[in-house]
Design a protein around this ligand. Structure first.
Ligand code: 2P0
Length: 338
């Protein structure tokens, strides 16, 4: 029986993937830039087992929910067909962070699954090919293949849409202090949000300006220009949320003016960040498709930022996770590939 285990980090997007030009292949409208997060990861074990009748998918030791299991099996099917195999497999996966609250669990999950399953089925793939394959499972996972700071190139077609490393994990001592202001799961899945993005009246203007934002963030990151970087990153998060909040659609028979991923405490915290900055603290925020606020600062400001969060009224119920630039997806020992 051949088997492999892999671990991959979640990633935090500084320039966002929001909107697809091909939903079946997860081809994005625009490129994006992210950092791999060292303290938020998924570990996945894949065992090829001829004794099974069908694939089995386990999540944190329990049978996985049906929708998640079916996405995993679709991805296994891609990898199996590349390897020319028809043998079922058992997939066991677990996260060390809560899913659905602003950490992209599909990013770490599909990156770890792609690495483990391709090794278990005996495929020897380059990081480029792993990134293309992971992208088909979940778009943002193509960035979690790499360590440190990463850019996903939108590309012209499936073979040219993959991520590459912009700079390694030692390049810059940035910290992402993720503040989970609620652990309630979000009500609109990212895949629906991507589909609805084009309904926003602001969508067209984003498509015109996104190339210059990508260039600004890339340059600021490579030059370690924190002020320029922070301003662009914060403006980008609010632009994405403006698109989300104006993506009008019908849902359950009712008209919705848009999607709100923010919770009341999300707004309270981002108002506090703007206040702290006026008082001289060097901290910016970004948000993903969830209520979690990601506070971005340099290592020498981290203790002050953490103190400021803890001193906010009502913060006792919040959970914080500090992440530094992390490693790329990797096989773990004990793997015994085909
Ligand atoms: C990102 N997000 O760039 C953006 C920012 C959420 C907000 O990528 O349908 O789970 O699996 O390709 O990758 C979330 O979208 O979507 C996402 P699929 P995915 O990180």
């Amino acid at each position: 029986m051949s088997r492999a285990s892999a671990r991959a980090c979640a990633n935090l997007a500084f320039v966002k993937y929001w909107g697809k030009r091909d939903a079946a292949l997860n081809l994005p409208i625009n490129g994006s830039i992210s950092m791999s997060l060292d303290s938020a990861h998924t570990t996945t074990r894949v065992e090829i087992d001829p004794g099974l009748d069908v694939d089995e998918v386990w999540s944190s030791g329990e049978p996985a929910p049906r929708a998640f299991a079916s996405r995993v099996i679709t991805h296994l099917e891609r990898i199996r067909s590349l390897a020319g195999s028809a043998t079922p497999a058992r997939v066991q996966t677990s996260n060390n962070f809560p899913a659905g609250t602003g950490f992209a669990s599909s990013a770490s999950g599909f990156a770890a699954l792609t690495c483990a399953a391709s090794a278990a089925f005996g495929l020897r793939l380059s990081r480029r090919d792993l990134s293309i394959l992971a992208r088909k499972g979940s778009g943002s996972s193509c960035r979690s293949i790499h360590a440190g700071f990463v850019e996903w190139h939108a590309g012209q077609d499936s073979d040219s849409s993959f991520a590459t490393q912009l700079a390694d994990a030692q390049h810059w001592n940035l910290v992402d202090l993720a503040v989970l202001v609620t652990e309630r799961e979000k009500s609109v899945r990212s895949s629906d949000g991507h589909r609805l993005a084009g309904n926003s009246p602001f969508w067209h203007s984003r498509t015109l300006s996104i190339a210059s934002r990508l260039a600004e963030v890339r340059q600021a990151l490579l030059k370690r220009d924190f002020h320029r970087f922070g301003r662009e990153v914060e403006a980008e998060a609010l632009e994405m949320h403006a698109i989300m909040q104006t993506s009008a659609h019908e849902r359950g028979g009712g008209w919705q003016s848009g999607i709100y991923y923010m919770a009341p405490d999300t707004l309270r915290l981002i108002n506090a960040v703007q206040r702290w900055r006026r008082a001289g603290m060097e901290v910016y925020f970004t948000l993903d498709a969830g209520p979690t606020v990601h506070l971005v600062c340099l290592e020498d400001q981290f203790a002050d930022v953490l103190d400021a969060v803890h001193s906010l009224e009502g913060s006792q119920g919040w959970r914080t996770i500090a992440c530094r630039p992390g490693p790329g997806a990797r096989l773990l020992s004990g793997s015994d590939p085909a």
